[in-house]
Design a protein around this ligand. Sequence first.
Ligand SMILES: [Zn+2]
Length: 263
Amino acid sequence: MLLSEIVAVCESLWPAAGAEEWDAPGLVTGSNNHAISRAVLAVDVTEAVIDQAIARGANLLIAHHPLLLKGVNTIAEDGSKGSLLAKALRANIAIFSAHTNADIVVDGVSDIFAKRLGLTNIRPLVPTSQITGHGRIGEFGEQMPLSDLVDRLSRLLPSTHRGILASAAPTTPVRTVALCGGAGDSFIHDAFAAGADVYITSDLRHHVTQEAPLPLVDVSHWASESLWLETASSQLARICSGVEFSVSDIVTDPWVFNQGRTK
Ligand SMILES: [Zn+2]
């Protein structure tokens, strides 16, 4: 399949018009008329991920996070962006990203997180249309203590050194749950206003957590978004016949040890 044809399928699954203004999804490297036979999906473009794509014989890497989100003045190879780009280009690997446009859709990052967690009556936390929007909110069939929710999360999410943090007592009753895969601290007040008992997201800071109007659960940014990769891979494989899709199993969570947890 031509890269342009796969890009068109990606556009149908995750329309670029749904991306945030500051975002930069789409093609980073590669040429539209390149024939693609094998693609790897990952949350981040890192050296280990590109090495894995090379080892798998892939010529396309579909990443959630855009490699070039902010302005770049150099791609000299002693810089991180330059060395990654050079490696991908030399291996003839096209890089494509679906970021905030993949966050908001049905079967997108937050929607899959909510479904896999077992919530029902799932709807967008901050709707951008009837079915799309930022984050998700839904309910469990019955009330449970916050510690049970954290247990569920630890079984669902791939393990990371950061672990899972909660800002309320383990016995706090929860049933209505709001969540947002990735960094979702801007929706804390929306979660509270929507009647959530708890809000799950990533990258939460001290004051934001301390001053939040409802209990928060902080999960690994990478882990929360990684759940979406299998779904995206299956969706693409169903449409793109003749192209093999696989999900990278490289952990790209940036925290590599946590001494505090062992105390
Ligand atoms: Zn993210």
